[in-house]
Design a protein. Structure first.
Ligand SMILES: [Fe+2]
Ligand SMILES: [Fe+2]
Length: 274
C-alpha cells in the first residue's frame, strides 16, 4: 500500500490468523511495528487459539498481546486447552471464545472495542462440521449480532474446518457486517473479496507461525504420524515464520471498501555491527 493510503481517513482493521507457539508470538510482535507503519490500522484483532505452545492461550500471553496494541483476541477449538485461561475468559478482557459454544462454558463470544471514537464489534464463531461446538453457528450468530446494536463496524472470525461453512457464513452475513474472516486451517486461501452487499470475506487468512512445518508442527513429526499411523509427540516448528492475515478498509458503517491479504515473513534479526 502506498504511504498516502496509510494516512487516508477511514477505519482499517488488521486481522491476524492463528498465532502458533512462541515463534508465532515473536513473529507477531516483530511484524506489528512494520504493519502499523505500512497500514496504520485502527484495530488489530488476533486469533490466539494456538499461542501457548501450539495449543490454547494463557492470561500472560493474552496480556502480552494487549500490551502490544492488540484490541481483541479470538479463539477456537483449542480455547480450553489451558485451564488458567478459564477465569480470564470471564473477565472484562476483550478475549472471545466461539459464541456458539454452550452457554455453560467459560467466556463469551462477542465484545466491543473502541479506538479513535470508532466502536468495533467482534464476533467469534466455530463451525459445526468436524469441530465440537454445542450450538449452530448459523442460529447463534443472530443472537451475537443482536448484542452489538449501535456499533460502527463488525468483524466476524468464523473458525471452521469446512470451506463450505465459511463461504455460507460469508453469504449469510453479507450486507450485515463489515467482514467475515475464516481461521483454523492455518492455510491462507486466495478468495479475498468484498461481496456484493459490502461484506469483506476470506475463507482462511492462514496462521502466524512456521511456514515450513505442517500447519505449525515440525514436518518430520507430522509425516511420521501419517506414515506410521502411530501416536507421535508433536512440537511446534520454528522454520520460516510468517505473519498471515488480512487488512479490511472501510469508509461507511458496517461495510468494507476493500480486503487484502497480508503475508509477511518475520523481519530478520538485526545483525550487530562489526
Ligand atoms: Fe482451530
Ligand atoms: Fe488454529
Amino acid at each position: 500500500m502506498a504511504e498516502s493510503e496509510a494516512s487516508a481517513p477511514g477505519v482499517r482493521i488488521l486481522f491476524v490468523g492463528d498465532v502458533v507457539g512462541s515463534i508465532g508470538r515473536r513473529t507477531l510482535l516483530d511484524c506489528l511495528p512494520v504493519l502499523r507503519e505500512r497500514y496504520a490500522p485502527t484495530f488489530v484483532v488476533v486469533n490466539g487459539e494456538n499461542a501457548a505452545g501450539g495449543l490454547g492461550i494463557t492470561p500472560k500471553i493474552a496480556e502480552q498481546m494487549f500490551a502490544a496494541g492488540v484490541a481483541a483476541i479470538t479463539l477456537g477449538n483449542h480455547t480450553y486447552h489451558r485451564k488458567e485461561i478459564y477465569p480470564y475468559l470471564d473477565s472484562d478482557a476483550p478475549i472471545l471464545r466461539p459464541a456458539n459454544f454452550l452457554r455453560s462454558q467459560p467466556g463469551r463470544g462477542t465484545c466491543v472495542v473502541e479506538r479513535d471514537g470508532v466502536r468495533l464489534g467482534v464476533v467469534n464463531l466455530s463451525g459445526n462440521l468436524y469441530l465440537r461446538a454445542g450450538r449452530s453457528a448459523f442460529t447463534e450468530v443472530e443472537v451475537a449480532l443482536g448484542e452489538l446494536d449501535g456499533v460502527d463496524q463488525i468483524l466476524v472470525d468464523m473458525h471452521a474446518e469446512a470451506t463450505s461453512e465459511k463461504v455460507a457464513m460469508g453469504w449469510h452475513l453479507d450486507g450485515r457486517v463489515t467482514a467475515v474472516v475464516g481461521t483454523h486451517t492455518h492455510v491462507p486461501t486466495a478468495d479475498a473479496r468484498v461481496l456484493p452487499g459490502g461484506t469483506a470475506y476470506i475463507t482462511d487468512v492462514g496462521m502466524t507461525g512456521p511456514r515450513d512445518g505442517v500447519i505449525g508442527v515440525k514436518r518430520e513429526q507430522a509425516i511420521e504420524a501419517l506414515r506410521t499411523q502411530m501416536p507421535i509427540r508433536f512440537e511446534t516448528s520454528e522454520e520460516e515464520p510468517w505473519l498471515m492475515g488480512a487488512l479490511i478498509s472501510c469508509s461507511r458503517p458496517l461495510r468494507a471498501d476493500s480486503i487484502e491479504q497480508v503475508l509477511m515473513p518475520r523481519p530478520p534479526e538485526p545483525q550487530p555491527d562489526r
